[in-house]
Design a protein around this ligand. Structure first.
Ligand code: BDP
Length: 738
């Protein structure tokens, strides 16, 4: 007996001390305690009716039961017939009532949409969660659960919800040795060594979390690809993951290394027009689909940063993409061809070069501005891609910076479906020590107006296909997930995964709405907690921009690892690997002139967009240094001189982080100790990093401006040489294709 008491005591203390490690994400399903709500929910829910044994509907039912039992603290029984206050789940195939309901209304739910409706069936009040396909029911169940999690009413419901974008995909930059390129949350969650025999519970929890926010695809491997994953040995491991994910509506995709026919097939070339190469890929696809009948397709990074590609054989990106498309076509697979394609050896317009594996071609990046390269390479290919090719364009013409103008490719290729590629992992946004809520960044880009077909031609409407009439559409997010207990390293990284999924489903949601949903589901429904945390989240990305890259500065992070500031670096292998290339600070001023007097990158945009950025006097200060080389003492449109504004921005970024710290410190009684301390300590690190960024950048830029810091400015406590001496050879996330 004593022993049992002791064990119970140890277990109990473990629970208290351990608190909440964040593993359960936004799916903890906390008990509803407000008596009014408990009464309301209990009255509205008597049990669940579902008549199907399909894997997905079973999951939908058990998820709903689990959630209701936890939140309402009562047993939820399965019901066989519609009873008073039952929840009826299903599709026209599984339920006659639903068949009648869906055929009588004007629902247009497609394959993934759902309806949640309070209606009378057989004279009983019923909540119906219905869809054309099983997966829609699962999405509907998660939406219904969310209503209760966020304490919404569930009477008189009439919700029709259909995703706006078809392929909503995570990109894992995970290597086969489990390192993760730009990963800051431990190692890869894919344990290739123990697959296919061992299905880690994490795989199921991962699929479930993704399904709860509508993500329906995952690219398992790094864009810097390893052809090994295409061998039979690895394909059976991929199949095991695909089987685990299938009931959750998630398709698997792989990255295809362009040179795989050489590496695995023993063929002498990877030329996309060579018949042997074409056959090799056709056979490979046949093999893949015999194992994974719903395999999603390939993501390809070609002719970029050392990755092989069609240009190595004198062929175009369209030739390369179409070869894959042809092999995937019979099975309904797609190719996601990346537009991030600057080649490491090319800088000047019309420069000729020969790539390792043969062939010669011409690159066309006018005036050596990398900003212009993707457009210059792809725009002429519009109309040449097969129907199952999507061009995946990064957020930003340069590279996932904290704030970039939208890529001029959006709106410029009406005959090609363009996918958006966001980076959820925080490579350039402070990595794992930084609280930066990225929904405002995603949304800013999605809402940007390309004017391609007149006012209102937003990036979102380009990618969802409505502007140019495409039926295939997609959006990708580079995942921030690793095997850390809390999945994302920083707990608030979970909010970025969540926000990506929610916006991919419905880009009309506001960042504030999404933040509030996430806070309520992840923490609690207490306004005294929700409001300050929402304020912290809303301010966080702008704070990071201010203390890292204000006024349109970009790419001044430490070389290779991209951790911390290093605007002074000027000796990297090619011009556009150096921060000095991006900021162009000199005795006159700072910023990259992309107007007619400079690289004229602005010419790649529609006239209306060009106009909003082309005049230094009217250009939004947030984009100023993206497009203009501005004199230090020039009075910009905020009313200050450029130098003073720069100092002010850096300081205000630091101030905001301190405010975030204070605000969080005030919440210690409203959240469990473990998560409170986790966030508190990371905010402490973030504050030091913000000060480091401010000091290092301003001391360095001051060597050009030669101007004093304005009054009231916090003087740096170290000199420039100290900051320049800092080295981080072991910083996490550095790449490779292992
Ligand atoms: C850069 C990353 C690099 C990626 C590359 C890409 O630093 O690790 O491989 O993007 O997207 O920003 O291909």
């Amino acid at each position: 007996m004593k022993k049992i008491i002791f064990i119970l005591f140890v277990l109990f203390s473990c629970i208290i001390v351990k608190g909440n490690d964040g593993y359960k994400l936004w799916l903890e399903y906390q008990k509803v305690s407000a008596p009014r709500l408990v009464r309301q929910y209990n009255e509205a829910i008597s049990g669940i009716v579902v008549k199907s044994q399909s894997a997905t509907l079973k999951i939908a039912e058990s998820e709903l039961r689990l959630a209701l039992e936890r939140m309402l603290d009562k047993k939820i029984s399965p019901l066989n017939i519609a009873a008073h206050n039952a929840i009826l789940l299903g599709t026209p195939e599984s339920s006659a009532e639903i068949k009648t309901m869906l055929s009588s209304g004007n629902f247009s739910l497609g394959d993934e949409g759902f309806v949640i409706q309070s209606r009378r069936i057989n004279n009983m009040t019923t909540t119906v969660i219905a869809a054309n396909k099983d997966i829609g029911v699962l999405y509907g169940v998660f939406a219904f659960i969310r209503l209760i999690q966020t304490h919404q009413p569930i009477n008189n419901l009439s919700i029709i919800n259909v995703p706006k974008i078809k392929n909503r995909v995570l990109n894992h930059w995970d290597n086969l040795n489990r390192s993760v390129e730009r990963g800051y949350a431990g190692i890869s969650i894919w344990n290739w060594h123990t697959l296919p025999g061992y299905i880690d519970q994490r795989y199921i929890d991962y699929a479930r979390a993704n399904a709860s926010i509508g993500i329906n695809g995952t690219v398992l491997t790094n864009v810097n690809a390893n052809s090994q994953v295409l061998t039979q040995e690895y394909l059976v491991k991929v199949k095991a993951l695909a089987d685990a994910f299938r009931p959750y509506g998630i398709k698997v995709y792989l990255t295809a290394k362009f040179s795989a026919p050489i590496e695995l097939g023993g063929i002498k070339t990877a030329d996309p027009l060579n018949q042997e190469v074409i056959n090799w890929w056709k056979n490979k696809c046949r093999e893949i689909y015999s194992l994974i009948p719903d395999f999603g397709g390939f993501l390809v990074k070609a002719n970029s940063e050392g990755q092989p590609g069609p240009q190595g054989y004198g062929k175009t990106h369209a030739d390369g993409a179409n070869m894959f498309a042809g092999a995937l076509e019979p099975y309904g697979g797609i190719v996601m061809w990346r537009a991030f394609v600057y080649d490491v050896r090319v800088q000047k317009e019309g420069e000729h070069f020969t790539e390792g594996s043969g062939g010669e071609h011409t690159q066309t990046i006018a005036s050596g501005d990398r900003f212009k390269q993707a457009y210059a390479e792809f725009k002429p290919l519009d109309g040449q891609f097969k129907k199952n090719v999507l061009l995946q364009v990064k957020n930003g013409p340069i590279d996932f910076q904290p704030r970039e103008p939208f890529s001029p490719l959006f709106g410029a290729m009406p005959q090609t479906p363009l996918m958006m590629e966001f980076q959820i992992t925080q490579e350039y946004v402070g990595q794992s020590t930084t609280l930066a809520y990225l929904a405002p960044m995603f949304k800013e880009c999605l809402d940007a107006d390309t004017y391609s077909k007149g006012k209102g031609s937003t990036v979102a409407r380009v990618i969802d296909g409505t502007i140019d009439g495409h039926t295939v559409s997609g959006i990708a997010g580079v995942a921030n997930i690793g095997n850390d207990r809390n999945w994302t390293g920083h707990l608030f990284g979970q909010a970025n995964w969540y926000a990506f999924g929610r916006l991919a489903w419905n880009y009309d949601l506001s960042p504030e709405t999404i933040a509030e949903e996430w806070i309520r589901q992840t923490f609690n429904n207490n306004d005294a907690f929700i409001n300050p945390v929402k304020r912290i989240m809303s301010a966080s990305r702008e704070a990071v921009i201010n203390y890292m890259t204000p006024l349109g500065l970009n790419h001044i992070m430490g070389t290779s690892h991209h951790y911390g500031p290093a605007p002074w670096v000027k000796n990297a292998g090619r011009a556009d690997w150096n921060p000095v290339y991006y900021h162009k600070a000199d005795s006159v001023g700072i910023g990259f002139d992309r107007t007619k007097t400079g690289s004229d990158a602005l010419a790649q945009y529609a006239p209306e967009v060009r106009q909003q950025w082309s005049d230094m006097n009217t250009c939004d200060y947030r984009y100023l240094l993206w497009f203009h080389h501005v004199p230090w003492n020039y009075k910009i449109n905020t009313g200050s001189t450029l130098w003073n504004e720069l100092c002010y921005r850096y300081q205000s970024g630091v101030d905001t982080v301190r405010w975030m710290q204070q605000t969080w410190d005030g919440l210690d009684n409203l959240v469990d100790k473990e998560r409170f301390q986790h966030v508190r300590m990371l905010l402490g690190i973030q504050e030091q990093e913000a000060v480091w960024w401010r000091n290092a950048c301003l001391l360095y830029f001051q060597t050009f401006s030669k101007m004093p810091f304005p009054p009231g400015f916090e003087e740096p406590y170290k000199d420039l040489s100290y900051y320049q001496s800092l080295k981080f050879p072991l910083a996490p996330g550095i790449g490779g294709n292992l």
